[in-house]
Ligand binder design. Structure first.
Ligand SMILES: NC(=O)c1ccc[n+]([C@@H]2O[C@H](COP(=O)([O-])OP(=O)(O)OC[C@H]3O[C@@H](n4cnc5c(N)ncnc54)[C@H](OP(=O)(O)O)[C@@H]3O)[C@@H](O)[C@H]2O)c1
Length: 301
């Protein structure tokens, strides 16, 4: 396949430039900042230019990883979050249809409020707690409104960041390596999937010509505290510097649902296999770390 990644500098977007070529695919990127590592990357100064890049028709699949993905940034500037998370995805989904390309849009578990007593399924009504969640929910609608054959994946993922500073995996590994005091929330539960596994299932769904909404997450919801304990165990580190804590008592964070466990029943029955566990993802992440850092290059660490 020849895939165009929108948001090639982001946490997930940058990883796609590593993983897709390794899986035998050709990749192109679009970003507002220049990056040396991403193959065939185009730098733009305005998101208005993305539509024209899609219309060049140089790819068979477009993956949209552009977002205002921080809850806090969305609360601070809801207008920008609305444009980027809700409006542009529809414009890009429409441009992809017109050139006959598949459109993959990345959404989030934060479209739910986390108050359900069970796993959220794709047919459950969304009820976002935050500006981030509501702008992402509107983005899903915009994508399907423009392109009923789009593939929309609600995700929650972890992986290594090129700065070594963003993301929950770096957070725990840095804290345990340096024995920094941290708090692990016991009341914040998500179905986090390793990025490598996310890319695998994304490619599988596209190759199977699937469309519609899927929960592309791990089969094993875990609290952040339990995730931290598991990272320490898999990495051979001590988790002694982590205290038990509660998200409900944390200050300075934008509102978010507490139990965002998602059902993987639909994606598993479509793919014909189970979704990987979070622990399998941590093991794979540890094994892949050096290769990923080589891809980013020494100046990006
Ligand atoms: N991280 C998670 O665990 C998680 C969980 C659930 C869902 N998601 C979803 O997964 C997708 C990818 O998330 P991520 O964590 O990779 O996000 P990220 O690291 O924040 O990346 C977002 C991308 O969007 C670009 N972008 C943002 N505002 C822009 C603007 N005004 N103009 C041009 N480009 C702009 C960023 O460019 P710069 O690099 O230049 O800022 C970056 O390339 C998003 O749809 C997010 O909602 C993520």
């Amino acid at each position: 396949m020849k895939l165009l990644v929108l948001g090639s500098t982001g946490f997930l977007g940058s990883y796609l430039g590593f993983a897709l070529p390794r899986a035998g695919h050709e990749v192109l990127g679009v970003s507002r900042r220049d990056v040396g590592y991403f193959p065939n990357n185009t730098v733009i100064t305005d998101l208005g230019a993305v539509e024209g890049i899609i219309r060049r028709g140089e790819c068979d699949t477009v993956i949209n990883c552009v977002a205002v993905a921080s809850h806090e940034d969305c609360e601070k500037d809801p207008e920008t979050a609305g444009a980027i998370n809700s409006v542009f995805p529809g414009v890009w989904a429409s441009a992809a249809t017109e050139i006959g390309a598949r459109f993959v849009h990345i959404s989030t578990d934060a479209v739910f409020d986390g108050t359900s007593s069970g796993l959220y399924g794709e047919n459950d009504e969304t009820h976002p707690e935050s500006v981030y969640g509501s702008t992402k929910a509107r983005g899903e609608q915009a994508v399907f409104g423009a392109n009923p054959h789009a593939l929309v994946l609600r995700v929650n993922f972890f992986g290594w960041s090129r700065s070594h500073k963003s993301g929950i995996l770096d957070f725990f590994v840095n804290a345990f390596t340096n024995q920094l005091p941290i708090t692990g929330f016991q009341d914040y539960v998500v179905s986090s999937l390793y990025m490598g596994h996310l890319v695998d299932v994304m490619v599988e769904l596209v190759e199977k010509k699937q469309s519609g909404l899927f929960h592309a997450v791990s089969s094993t919801p875990l609290s952040k505290y339990d995730f931290g304990q598991m990272v320490a165990r898999c990495a051979g580190l001590s988790a002694d510097s982590m205290a038990e804590g509660l998200l409900v008592e944390a200050t300075g964070l934008a509102p978010r649902g507490h139990d965002l466990s998602l059902s993987t029943a639909k994606i598993e029955s479509t793919l014909g296999h189970s979704m990987p566990s979070t622990e399998a993802g941590v093991v794979r992440a540890l094994a892949e770390r050096e290769a990923l850092m080589d891809y980013f290059g020494p100046h990006e660490r």
